[in-house]
Design a protein around this ligand. Structure first.
Ligand code: F6P
Length: 330
Protein backbone atom coordinates (compact mmCIF):
# COMPACT_ATOMS: atom_id res chain seq x y z
CA UNK A 1 0.00 0.00 0.00
CA UNK A 2 1.25 3.47 -0.82
CA UNK A 3 2.46 5.86 1.84
CA UNK A 4 1.34 9.47 2.06
CA UNK A 5 4.29 11.46 0.74
CA UNK A 6 5.11 9.29 -2.31
CA UNK A 7 1.42 9.53 -3.32
CA UNK A 8 1.61 13.32 -3.22
CA UNK A 9 4.85 13.35 -5.23
CA UNK A 10 3.16 11.15 -7.82
CA UNK A 11 0.33 13.72 -7.99
CA UNK A 12 2.97 16.45 -8.49
CA UNK A 13 1.71 18.42 -5.51
CA UNK A 14 3.87 21.50 -4.70
CA UNK A 15 6.67 20.81 -2.20
CA UNK A 16 5.29 23.42 0.21
CA UNK A 17 1.89 21.73 0.35
CA UNK A 18 3.53 18.35 0.83
CA UNK A 19 5.41 19.83 3.75
CA UNK A 20 2.16 21.20 5.25
CA UNK A 21 0.30 17.90 4.93
CA UNK A 22 3.29 16.15 6.41
CA UNK A 23 3.12 18.49 9.41
CA UNK A 24 -0.64 17.96 9.71
CA UNK A 25 -0.27 14.19 9.72
CA UNK A 26 2.31 14.42 12.53
CA UNK A 27 -0.25 16.38 14.58
CA UNK A 28 -2.98 13.90 13.65
CA UNK A 29 -0.94 10.98 14.96
CA UNK A 30 -0.32 12.80 18.25
CA UNK A 31 -4.01 13.67 18.69
CA UNK A 32 -5.05 10.16 17.68
CA UNK A 33 -2.71 8.65 20.25
CA UNK A 34 -4.11 10.83 23.09
CA UNK A 35 -7.71 10.11 22.06
CA UNK A 36 -7.15 6.39 21.95
CA UNK A 37 -5.56 6.50 25.41
CA UNK A 38 -8.84 8.07 26.60
CA UNK A 39 -9.26 8.26 30.33
CA UNK A 40 -5.80 6.70 30.76
CA UNK A 41 -4.17 9.88 29.37
CA UNK A 42 -6.12 12.03 31.85
CA UNK A 43 -7.32 14.31 29.07
CA UNK A 44 -11.09 13.72 29.10
CA UNK A 45 -13.55 16.25 30.49
CA UNK A 46 -13.91 20.02 30.27
CA UNK A 47 -11.75 22.96 31.25
CA UNK A 48 -13.30 25.82 33.16
CA UNK A 49 -13.06 28.05 30.08
CA UNK A 50 -15.19 28.95 27.07
CA UNK A 51 -13.80 29.38 23.57
CA UNK A 52 -14.33 32.38 21.32
CA UNK A 53 -17.65 30.83 20.17
CA UNK A 54 -18.95 30.79 23.77
CA UNK A 55 -18.71 26.98 23.94
CA UNK A 56 -17.27 25.04 26.88
CA UNK A 57 -13.74 23.92 26.02
CA UNK A 58 -12.83 20.28 26.45
CA UNK A 59 -9.30 19.55 27.65
CA UNK A 60 -8.69 17.79 24.35
CA UNK A 61 -9.89 20.86 22.38
CA UNK A 62 -7.21 22.90 24.11
CA UNK A 63 -4.53 20.25 23.75
CA UNK A 64 -5.27 19.60 20.05
CA UNK A 65 -5.29 23.32 19.32
CA UNK A 66 -1.96 23.81 21.06
CA UNK A 67 -0.39 20.87 19.25
CA UNK A 68 -1.55 22.01 15.81
CA UNK A 69 -0.57 25.60 16.44
CA UNK A 70 2.88 24.82 17.82
CA UNK A 71 3.81 22.27 15.16
CA UNK A 72 2.36 24.16 12.17
CA UNK A 73 4.04 27.41 13.21
CA UNK A 74 7.43 25.70 13.00
CA UNK A 75 6.84 24.99 9.31
CA UNK A 76 8.52 27.67 7.18
CA UNK A 77 5.75 27.46 4.55
CA UNK A 78 3.10 28.62 7.06
CA UNK A 79 2.36 32.35 6.98
CA UNK A 80 -0.38 32.21 9.66
CA UNK A 81 -2.99 29.97 11.24
CA UNK A 82 -6.62 30.58 12.25
CA UNK A 83 -8.32 28.20 14.65
CA UNK A 84 -11.80 27.71 16.04
CA UNK A 85 -10.20 28.00 19.46
CA UNK A 86 -8.35 31.30 18.85
CA UNK A 87 -9.98 34.71 18.65
CA UNK A 88 -7.45 36.13 16.19
CA UNK A 89 -4.98 34.64 13.77
CA UNK A 90 -1.50 33.56 14.87
CA UNK A 91 1.42 34.62 12.67
CA UNK A 92 4.05 32.23 11.39
CA UNK A 93 6.83 32.97 8.89
CA UNK A 94 6.60 36.35 7.15
CA UNK A 95 7.47 34.79 3.78
CA UNK A 96 5.34 31.66 4.30
CA UNK A 97 3.20 30.74 1.30
CA UNK A 98 0.18 29.29 3.04
CA UNK A 99 -2.57 30.14 5.50
CA UNK A 100 -4.08 27.27 7.47
CA UNK A 101 -7.55 27.44 9.04
CA UNK A 102 -8.52 24.56 11.29
CA UNK A 103 -11.01 23.16 13.73
CA UNK A 104 -8.69 21.19 16.02
CA UNK A 105 -11.31 18.84 17.43
CA UNK A 106 -14.67 18.93 15.71
CA UNK A 107 -17.62 17.27 17.45
CA UNK A 108 -15.87 17.47 20.80
CA UNK A 109 -19.04 16.72 22.78
CA UNK A 110 -18.41 13.14 21.58
CA UNK A 111 -15.09 12.89 23.42
CA UNK A 112 -16.51 11.91 26.78
CA UNK A 113 -18.67 9.14 25.29
CA UNK A 114 -15.77 7.58 23.34
CA UNK A 115 -17.39 8.41 20.01
CA UNK A 116 -16.06 9.84 16.76
CA UNK A 117 -14.42 13.27 16.48
CA UNK A 118 -12.16 14.88 13.90
CA UNK A 119 -9.74 17.62 12.87
CA UNK A 120 -10.71 19.75 9.86
CA UNK A 121 -8.25 21.89 7.88
CA UNK A 122 -8.28 24.29 4.97
CA UNK A 123 -5.19 25.69 3.20
CA UNK A 124 -5.33 29.02 1.38
CA UNK A 125 -2.61 30.92 -0.45
CA UNK A 126 -1.02 33.73 1.56
CA UNK A 127 -1.86 36.92 -0.36
CA UNK A 128 0.98 38.70 -2.08
CA UNK A 129 -0.77 42.10 -1.82
CA UNK A 130 -0.75 44.41 1.21
CA UNK A 131 -3.46 42.48 3.07
CA UNK A 132 -2.40 41.57 6.60
CA UNK A 133 -3.75 40.04 9.79
CA UNK A 134 -7.09 38.21 9.71
CA UNK A 135 -7.95 39.95 6.41
CA UNK A 136 -5.50 37.61 4.67
CA UNK A 137 -7.85 34.71 5.37
CA UNK A 138 -10.94 36.40 3.93
CA UNK A 139 -10.86 34.53 0.62
CA UNK A 140 -13.68 32.48 -0.89
CA UNK A 141 -13.42 28.69 -0.60
CA UNK A 142 -12.78 28.18 -4.30
CA UNK A 143 -9.29 29.57 -3.63
CA UNK A 144 -8.42 26.69 -1.28
CA UNK A 145 -5.29 24.82 -2.36
CA UNK A 146 -5.90 21.85 -0.12
CA UNK A 147 -8.53 20.80 2.42
CA UNK A 148 -9.36 17.75 4.43
CA UNK A 149 -10.02 16.14 7.75
CA UNK A 150 -8.75 13.50 10.11
CA UNK A 151 -11.43 11.18 11.45
CA UNK A 152 -10.61 9.62 14.81
CA UNK A 153 -12.87 6.56 14.86
CA UNK A 154 -12.31 2.83 15.20
CA UNK A 155 -9.41 3.59 12.84
CA UNK A 156 -7.84 6.99 12.21
CA UNK A 157 -8.33 8.23 8.65
CA UNK A 158 -6.89 11.18 6.77
CA UNK A 159 -9.06 12.36 3.87
CA UNK A 160 -7.99 15.31 1.76
CA UNK A 161 -7.96 16.90 -1.65
CA UNK A 162 -5.56 19.10 -3.56
CA UNK A 163 -8.11 19.50 -6.34
CA UNK A 164 -7.44 16.17 -8.05
CA UNK A 165 -10.12 14.01 -6.41
CA UNK A 166 -10.05 12.65 -2.88
CA UNK A 167 -7.34 10.60 -1.25
CA UNK A 168 -8.21 8.44 1.77
CA UNK A 169 -5.43 7.21 4.06
CA UNK A 170 -5.75 4.94 7.08
CA UNK A 171 -3.31 5.07 9.98
CA UNK A 172 -1.48 1.77 10.30
CA UNK A 173 -0.72 1.87 14.01
CA UNK A 174 1.73 -1.01 13.73
CA UNK A 175 4.14 1.13 11.66
CA UNK A 176 2.80 4.61 12.54
CA UNK A 177 2.17 5.53 8.89
CA UNK A 178 -0.86 6.72 6.92
CA UNK A 179 -1.39 4.30 4.01
CA UNK A 180 -3.53 4.97 0.94
CA UNK A 181 -6.72 2.92 1.25
CA UNK A 182 -9.07 4.62 -1.23
CA UNK A 183 -8.91 7.24 -3.94
CA UNK A 184 -11.33 9.17 -6.06
CA UNK A 185 -14.39 8.53 -3.90
CA UNK A 186 -17.59 9.49 -5.69
CA UNK A 187 -20.76 10.42 -3.87
CA UNK A 188 -23.82 8.72 -5.41
CA UNK A 189 -26.05 11.34 -7.05
CA UNK A 190 -29.20 10.06 -5.35
CA UNK A 191 -29.74 8.94 -1.80
CA UNK A 192 -32.27 7.65 0.74
CA UNK A 193 -30.40 8.94 3.81
CA UNK A 194 -30.32 12.31 5.53
CA UNK A 195 -28.57 13.84 8.56
CA UNK A 196 -30.02 16.70 10.57
CA UNK A 197 -30.50 17.45 14.26
CA UNK A 198 -34.26 16.81 14.37
CA UNK A 199 -34.59 18.33 17.85
CA UNK A 200 -34.30 21.76 16.21
CA UNK A 201 -37.35 21.16 13.99
CA UNK A 202 -39.44 23.87 15.64
CA UNK A 203 -36.71 26.46 15.01
CA UNK A 204 -36.35 25.94 11.24
CA UNK A 205 -37.88 27.92 8.41
CA UNK A 206 -41.26 26.50 7.25
CA UNK A 207 -39.66 25.50 3.91
CA UNK A 208 -37.04 23.32 5.66
CA UNK A 209 -39.74 21.78 7.84
CA UNK A 210 -41.75 20.99 4.75
CA UNK A 211 -38.73 19.34 3.05
CA UNK A 212 -38.08 17.16 6.12
CA UNK A 213 -41.81 16.36 6.49
CA UNK A 214 -41.77 14.95 2.96
CA UNK A 215 -38.68 12.83 3.70
CA UNK A 216 -40.37 11.47 6.82
CA UNK A 217 -43.56 10.71 4.91
CA UNK A 218 -41.59 8.03 3.06
CA UNK A 219 -43.14 5.97 0.29
CA UNK A 220 -46.65 7.15 1.07
CA UNK A 221 -45.59 10.81 0.71
CA UNK A 222 -44.66 12.93 -2.32
CA UNK A 223 -41.11 11.50 -2.48
CA UNK A 224 -42.50 7.96 -2.91
CA UNK A 225 -39.56 6.37 -1.10
CA UNK A 226 -38.45 5.72 2.46
CA UNK A 227 -35.58 7.71 3.93
CA UNK A 228 -33.27 6.68 6.77
CA UNK A 229 -31.78 9.20 9.22
CA UNK A 230 -28.33 9.29 10.88
CA UNK A 231 -26.82 11.92 13.21
CA UNK A 232 -23.39 11.39 14.78
CA UNK A 233 -23.18 15.01 16.00
CA UNK A 234 -19.64 15.40 14.66
CA UNK A 235 -19.57 16.99 11.22
CA UNK A 236 -16.43 15.07 10.26
CA UNK A 237 -18.09 11.72 10.91
CA UNK A 238 -21.40 12.67 9.28
CA UNK A 239 -19.64 14.04 6.17
CA UNK A 240 -17.39 10.98 6.04
CA UNK A 241 -20.48 8.78 5.83
CA UNK A 242 -21.88 10.99 3.05
CA UNK A 243 -18.59 10.74 1.12
CA UNK A 244 -18.57 6.95 1.51
CA UNK A 245 -22.17 6.08 0.65
CA UNK A 246 -24.07 9.27 -0.21
CA UNK A 247 -26.66 11.19 1.77
CA UNK A 248 -27.70 14.71 2.60
CA UNK A 249 -26.15 16.49 5.59
CA UNK A 250 -27.55 19.80 6.74
CA UNK A 251 -27.22 22.23 9.60
CA UNK A 252 -29.72 24.83 8.40
CA UNK A 253 -30.83 28.28 9.44
CA UNK A 254 -32.67 28.28 12.74
CA UNK A 255 -34.01 30.93 15.09
CA UNK A 256 -32.77 29.63 18.45
CA UNK A 257 -30.38 32.48 19.21
CA UNK A 258 -31.48 35.95 18.12
CA UNK A 259 -29.05 37.29 15.51
CA UNK A 260 -27.16 33.97 15.32
CA UNK A 261 -29.13 31.79 12.94
CA UNK A 262 -26.29 29.43 11.97
CA UNK A 263 -24.11 26.97 13.86
CA UNK A 264 -21.34 25.84 11.53
CA UNK A 265 -18.32 27.95 10.61
CA UNK A 266 -17.37 28.86 7.05
CA UNK A 267 -13.57 28.93 7.13
CA UNK A 268 -12.82 25.68 8.94
CA UNK A 269 -16.02 23.64 8.53
CA UNK A 270 -18.11 24.74 5.51
CA UNK A 271 -15.34 25.52 3.00
CA UNK A 272 -13.10 22.47 3.53
CA UNK A 273 -16.06 20.07 3.56
CA UNK A 274 -17.54 21.77 0.49
CA UNK A 275 -14.23 21.33 -1.36
CA UNK A 276 -14.14 17.61 -0.51
CA UNK A 277 -17.79 17.05 -1.38
CA UNK A 278 -17.50 18.84 -4.73
CA UNK A 279 -14.34 16.90 -5.55
CA UNK A 280 -16.37 13.74 -4.95
CA UNK A 281 -19.10 14.91 -7.37
CA UNK A 282 -21.53 16.17 -4.72
CA UNK A 283 -22.85 19.67 -3.99
CA UNK A 284 -22.43 22.05 -1.04
CA UNK A 285 -24.72 25.05 -0.61
CA UNK A 286 -25.49 27.53 2.15
CA UNK A 287 -29.19 27.77 1.24
CA UNK A 288 -28.41 31.02 -0.55
CA UNK A 289 -25.35 30.25 -2.64
CA UNK A 290 -22.61 27.73 -3.36
CA UNK A 291 -20.55 27.60 -0.16
CA UNK A 292 -17.21 27.99 -1.93
CA UNK A 293 -18.36 31.24 -3.58
CA UNK A 294 -19.13 33.01 -0.29
CA UNK A 295 -16.93 36.09 0.25
CA UNK A 296 -16.06 35.79 3.95
CA UNK A 297 -16.32 38.78 6.26
CA UNK A 298 -14.91 37.23 9.43
CA UNK A 299 -12.65 34.26 10.19
CA UNK A 300 -15.31 32.89 12.56
CA UNK A 301 -18.28 33.59 10.26
CA UNK A 302 -21.14 31.09 10.50
CA UNK A 303 -23.20 29.79 7.60
CA UNK A 304 -25.99 27.38 6.70
CA UNK A 305 -24.78 24.07 5.27
CA UNK A 306 -26.60 21.69 2.93
CA UNK A 307 -24.28 19.18 1.31
CA UNK A 308 -24.07 15.73 -0.18
CA UNK A 309 -25.65 13.79 -3.04
CA UNK A 310 -26.16 16.27 -5.87
CA UNK A 311 -29.80 15.52 -6.72
CA UNK A 312 -30.86 15.55 -3.07
CA UNK A 313 -29.15 18.91 -2.42
CA UNK A 314 -31.00 20.28 -5.46
CA UNK A 315 -34.31 18.91 -4.17
CA UNK A 316 -33.74 20.46 -0.73
CA UNK A 317 -32.89 23.79 -2.34
CA UNK A 318 -36.03 23.66 -4.47
CA UNK A 319 -38.08 23.61 -1.24
CA UNK A 320 -36.04 26.43 0.34
CA UNK A 321 -36.35 28.56 -2.76
CA UNK A 322 -40.07 27.82 -2.91
CA UNK A 323 -39.71 26.50 -6.44
CA UNK A 324 -40.45 22.84 -5.96
CA UNK A 325 -43.10 21.25 -8.02
CA UNK A 326 -43.74 18.40 -5.59
CA UNK A 327 -41.34 15.64 -6.60
CA UNK A 328 -43.04 12.36 -7.38
CA UNK A 329 -40.29 9.76 -7.40
CA UNK A 330 -36.99 11.69 -7.18
O1 F6P B 1 -18.94 22.29 15.13
C1 F6P B 1 -20.00 21.96 15.69
C2 F6P B 1 -20.53 20.54 15.71
O2 F6P B 1 -19.98 19.78 16.75
C3 F6P B 1 -20.46 19.74 14.39
O3 F6P B 1 -19.34 18.93 14.30
C4 F6P B 1 -21.73 18.90 14.45
O4 F6P B 1 -22.22 18.61 13.16
C5 F6P B 1 -22.67 19.77 15.22
O5 F6P B 1 -21.90 20.73 15.95
C6 F6P B 1 -23.50 19.01 16.20
O6 F6P B 1 -24.50 19.83 16.62
P1 F6P B 1 -25.62 19.43 17.69
O7 F6P B 1 -25.00 19.73 19.01
O8 F6P B 1 -26.77 20.31 17.37
O9 F6P B 1 -25.93 17.98 17.51
Amino acid sequence: MQRLIPTLRRDQVAEGLISVINTLQICAKEISYRLHQGELAGVLGSTLDENIQGETQKKLDVLSNQLLKDILLENKFVRAVASEEEEGIVDGFADGKYLIAFDPLDGSSNIDINSMVGTIFSVLPAPTNERSGADMFLQPGHQQLMAGYVLYGPSTMLVFTTGKGLRVFTLDTTVGEFLLTDENLEIPTDTCEFAINMSNYRHWQPEMRSYIDDLLAGETGPRCKNFNMRWIAAMVADVHRVLCRGGLFTYPWDNRKPGKPYKLRLMYEGNPMAYLVEQAGGKAHSGEQRIMDIEPNDIHQRIGVILGSANEVDTCLSYLQGSQSKPSNV
